[in-house]
Design a protein around this ligand. Structure first.
Ligand SMILES: Cc1cc2nc3c(=O)[nH]c(=O)nc-3n(C[C@H](O)[C@H](O)[C@H](O)COP(=O)(O)O)c2cc1C
Length: 162
């Protein structure tokens, strides 16, 4: 069994590295996959962009045993069932991991444009509850929600299925 991950700004990589340390499994970035992994069992970790788990498409042909996805919210948005359905992974165990985000000014390219649009939508809401205010602050200032304990269900799953 190996860990394969896709990470743009490093938060999902932190989880992949922690998981490798805790389970003694090797971790590879999608683009650094070794050639001979056709039959290897894979735990995949990717970050969520507009509902889609990044990198998953590139590894679907392999033997994926579980999928983890990192996003900024405390729980999968709008919920786990939707993320699972949108990414067509109904038959695979799924784990949501809270990741983090860089301050908006440090994002570049399309990601910055998309995040700025999302921020504008949030700011334009007339009634902003604490959750929306928190999300606005996280986008503008950045935050790191990566915690070792978030990985516990994944570590347990691996110990039972390795
Ligand atoms: C353009 C963009 C779109 C995003 N869309 C979502 C999303 O739909 N759902 C979500 O939970 N997080 C979303 N995020 C947050 C990232 O998934 C989160 O920051 C993740 O932990 C980043 O992982 P990485 O550092 O490994 O790239 C988005 C971030 C960016 C920059």
């Amino acid at each position: 069994m190996i860990i394969v991950y896709e990470s743009k700004t490093g938060f999902t990589k932190k989880y992949a590295d922690m998981l490798a340390k805790n389970t003694k499994l090797k971790a590879y970035r999608v683009k650094e996959l070794p050639k001979d992994i056709k039959d290897e069992e894979i735990i995949f970790l990717g970050w969520i962009k507009a509902g889609k788990i990044q990198g998953l498409g590139k590894v679907r042909k392999y033997n994926i045993k579980a999928v983890c996805a990192s996003g900024t919210a405390p729980h999968a948005e709008p919920n786990e069932e939707t993320v699972v359905a949108n990414n067509k992974i109904e038959s695979i165990p799924f784990f949501y991991l809270r990741g983090g985000c860089l301050p908006l000014k440090e994002l570049t390219g399309m990601d910055k444009i998309l995040m700025s649009m999302f921020l504008k939508i949030l700011k334009s809401r007339k009634e902003k509850d604490g959750k929306i205010e928190g999300t606005i602050s996280n986008i503008v200032n950045g935050f790191d929600g990566v915690r070792e304990e978030n990985l516990e269900p994944v570590v347990q799953w691996i110990s039972k299925n390795k």
